[in-house]
Design a protein around this ligand. Structure first.
Ligand code: ADP
Ligand code: ASP
Ligand code: MG
Length: 819
């Protein structure tokens, strides 16, 4: 005979009860079925809340009526679906139980408290109604079934609300039960009786345990736990995208996973089935064909070392410390005795080796009681200051990595803690079980999900995520989004999931927690958005979504956005940008950026600030790290001026050349930014600072293409309209160079620790003479590269190459990933 347990999630409505009936009948016809049922979904929660509300003397009428409607609703639907269903019998049962409940609640209100003995009986009402539903469905289908009342069979001891079964004694009581399979046996889960015959419960979620007890008591061949997921995953599939289904777990692994919070199985379940060597199968009521997860003595061959991550919520941590602890024999045992006498179970313990302190975790609901008991037990030591006041930290969670093979594998703890640091989560306390089957860390509750995701990603997922927030959707930003849209699928094939979660311009911010679909009209959605961009908003959002690898991509040329990078890195974002404003702000801010990136372990990447898509910065950084030193630099650093000066050489006027460059998207929105030389000066400053030269922008000697102050206050259009006024003087310069057999080039130089940007006439054999039409060239004379310089050359402007360079930087934010 098999035991099959159906949880509340499988019993949400009449359709689910009928589905459960089909699964039961399949088993009844093949192996014989003993069924353990939970209450219908949500019913135990409602009963628990009713007790609380009544004890607090708040009005519970509405909730009571809602509960009545839920139970009667299922009964009515079953009546409609089945012929011969005894609807009236169930109506009478529900009315009778709820009338009793109502009387007890009135008593709670009068008393102003909810005694545990009565609460236990109340909490199990749902289970009793539930088994009666199934019994009558089976009757309507002509199948015999017997309801076994656990009060008569399952003997348990401990708290009224969290008892432990005595399987041996219970087994003796089951000896008169006909387990031949001729009838379907049905037992309410979650409930048992103590020695006095009073109703007790086995703890919330305890029906799994009831099933294990029944399986052990009737020597079942298998204990099946039917729930709403396909089996045990390596992390909660409802919390972690991409969680992987386990085919097999050993009893110990399942125990550890459930003990540390995997709700799919109640931790007490494993004891009876492991002891009696009964295999346990976790199956999905909504997908019965799926093979499920088998828990037995057999280990999986697919997943050899680590098996899963679980998260235990509602944890409080106590720290008992003080000068009197040192060498005080029996201190730990006294602390734990206090807990054990009060039946408070301890989930995790750490003791510092100096013997100065003991920390341990318990369930939050017991924290207040535990503190009072400890203060009482150690009153003398506390008043003599041998102990410091006992510290309690609330709102914590325990995150645990579990697997039998962890004993044999080195480096897992390092990877575990690296993942936590990568998620920027703080370890409040850590513990490794001496079985080496688990490593746990205590973290702040609101950070736990993030930690679990990062651990999951590093241990189980081949998939890396990049969570992009784009600020600025002009030329480069738009192109970048197009490139993402084209590339997302190919990246996924390489296990990289790149999602754009947010797009912002100077006024609006568009956020989408599933990632913005770039094939849709995001531009209009952004225009219609009500949100505006702020770091706080973004940080809260990222925290809420538990994103592990958020990257801000700044495609503006705004100083205001650049001034936020330090705060953004502190808030956990990597920063990728083609915007030159941050690196050319004050030296102090530049240094703060570099230091913050180091301290926060965030990437600050700005490859495209010099030479657009050309590989400049990263190469230089590698060279300088390898001990090279810059002697001299010269280059054409402006794609726009490379274009304009090429056209001048061909005989075009300055105004015409500039207009053509602008039309072709080679210039900044305001061409004065290029013609003034400031843009080149900024690039030169970025290079100089990379080479370790401490300069400010104001230290750079700049020769502007325009006469000083020319049309400085005009808007862009009037400036373009007036530019022809400079044509004559400029044409003369071009002509003079030509006469000398030279061409004009706009060149940036670094030499002897200073920087200069100027128009130079160069001979045709000069390496920069051939650089035109938007190309850039950089000649680096260094210790390692001499007498011939290291030269980088190629298109150094335009949205496409710049966006591609930004894209490449974004991909570099992934930890441990080779593309
Ligand atoms: P039931 O009502 O059937 O007893 P529960 O809600 O108690 O169902 O348990 C099933 C839930 O357990 C799943 O929906 C899932 O969200 C959660 N869960 C937590 N950890 C895991 C895990 N490692 N594998 C599968 N499910 C898990
Ligand atoms: N109905 C009980 C609860 O919700 C027991 C269970 O479902 O396992 O806690
Ligand atoms: Mg459950």
């Amino acid at each position: 005979m098999k035991v099959m347990k159906f949880g509340g999630s499988s019993l949400a409505d009449a359709t689910r009860y009928l589905r459960v009936t089909d699964i039961t009948l399949d088993c009844h016809n093949s192996d014989g079925a003993a069924v353990v049922l939970s209450a219908p979904k949500g019913v135990t929660n409602a009963l628990s809340l009713l007790c609380e509300q009544a004890a607090n003397q708040t009005d519970y009428f509405e909730l009571l009526e809602k509960l009545r409607m839920t139970l009667k609703g299922i009964n009515d639907e079953l009546d409609q679906a089945l012929t011969g269903y005894e609807h009236a019998a169930l109506v009478a049962l529900i009315d009778e139980r709820l009338a009793w409940l109502s009387r007890q609640l009135e008593g709670f209100t009068l008393l102003g408290c909810a005694p545990d003995a009565i609460s236990a009986a109340i909490l199990s009402i749902g289970e009793y109604v539930s088994v009666n539903f199934l019994h009558h469905i089976l009757s309507a289908k002509g199948v015999d079934s017997t309801i076994l009342d656990p009060v008569e069979y399952v003997l348990a001891e401990g708290d009224y609300l969290d008892s432990i079964a005595d399987v041996a004694l219970s087994k003796a009581r089951f000896s008169d039960v006909d387990a031949s399979g001729s009838q379907v046996l049905i037992m309410p889960g979650f409930v048992a009786a103590n020695e006095q015959g009073e109703k007790v419960t086995l703890g919330r979620n305890g029906s799994d345990y009831s099933a294990a007890i029944l399986a052990a008591c009737i020597d079942a061949t298998c204990c099946e736990i039917w729930t709403d997921v396909d089996g045990v995953y390596n992390a909660d599939p409802n919390q972690v995208e991409g969680a992987v289904l386990m085919d097999k777990l050993t009893y110990q692994e399942a125990m550890e996973l459930s003990y540390f919070g995997a709700k799919v199985l109640h931790p007490k379940t494993i004891g009876p089935i492991a002891q009696h060597h009964i295999p346990c199968l976790i199956k999905n009521t909504l997908n019965p064909a799926a093979p499920g997860t088998l828990i037995s003595n057999e280990a999986s061959t697919k997943w050899t070392n680590v098996k899963g991550i679980s998260q235990l919520e509602n944890v409080a941590m106590f720290n008992v410390a003080g000068p009197g602890m040192k060498g005080m024999v029996g201190m730990a045992s006294r602390v734990f005795e206090v807990m054990s006498n009060a039946s408070i179970s301890i989930t995790l313990i750490t003791q510092s080796s100096s013997e100065y302190s003991i920390s341990f975790c318990i369930h939050s609901k017991d924290a207040e009681r535990a503190l009072a008991l400890l203060e009482d037990a150690f009153a003398l030591e506390l008043s003599n200051q041998l102990l410091d006041p006992i510290e309690v930290r609330h709102n914590l969670s325990i995150v645990t990595l579990v697997g039998d093979g962890m004993k044999r594998t080195k480096g897992l703890a390092a990877k575990f803690f690296n993942s936590i640091s990568q998620a920027r989560v703080n370890n409040v306390a850590i513990a490794q079980g001496s079985s080496e089957r688990s490593i746990s860390t205590v973290v702040e509750a609101d950070k736990a999900k993030k930690a679990v995701r990062a651990i999951h990603q590093n241990f189980f997922s081949e998939r890396h995520t990049i969570d992009v927030f784009l600020v600025g959707c002009g030329n480069v930003g738009k192109e970048l989004l197009d490139q993402f849209a084209r590339q997302q699928k190919a990246l996924l094939e390489k296990h990289i999931q790149l999602r754009v979660y947010g797009i912002a311009n100077s006024k609006k911010l568009l956020l989408n927690n599933e990632g913005i679909d770039l094939s849709t009209d995001w531009y209009s959605a952004l225009a219609a958005s009500q949100e505006s961009f702020s770091i706080e908003l973004l940080q809260n959002w990222v925290d809420e979504q538990c994103l592990v690898n958020p990257v801000i991509v700044d495609c503006t040329s705004s100083e205001a956005v650049a001034s936020l990078y330090v705060d953004l890195m502190n808030a956990g974002f990597h920063v990728v940008t083609p915007n030159k404003k941050a690196n050319t702000g004050s030296l102090t801010y530049y240094e703060a950026l570099k230091n913050t990136a180091l301290q926060t372990k965030r990437q600050y990447l700005y490859e495209t600030t010099v030479g657009a898509g050309l590989p400049v910065i990263d190469n230089l950084q590698k060279l300088f790290s390898a001990g090279d030193e810059l002697h001299r630099f010269e280059g054409i650093l402006s794609g726009s001026l490379s274009y304009v000066f090429g056209k001048l050489e061909d005989g075009m006027s300055l105004s015409e050349a500039t207009a053509t460059a602008k039309e072709n998207g080679f210039t900044e929105p305001d061409p004065r930014d290029d013609l003034s030389g400031t843009d080149v000066a900024r690039k030169l400053l970025i290079l100089a600072r990379e080479a370790g030269i401490s300069l400010e922008l104001s230290d750079i000697d700049i020769e502007s293409v325009l006469p000083e102050g020319f049309a400085g206050n005009d808007d862009i259009e009037s400036f373009m309209a007036r530019l022809h006024e400079c044509d004559h003087a400029f044409a003369e310069k071009v002509e003079a160079a030509k006469q000398a057999g030279k061409v004009l080039r706009y060149i940036g130089k670094i030499e002897h620790g200073s920087c200069k940007v100027s128009i130079e006439a160069v001979l045709p054999d000069h390496p920069l003479a051939v650089i035109r039409d938007g190309e850039n060239a950089l000649a680096i004379h260094s210790d390692y590269y001499q007498p011939k310089p290291y030269v980088i050359r190629g298109y150094g402007a335009g949205g496409t190459v710049t966006a591609a360079g930004v894209f490449a930087d974004i991909l570099r934010t992934m930890p441990w990933k080779q593309i």
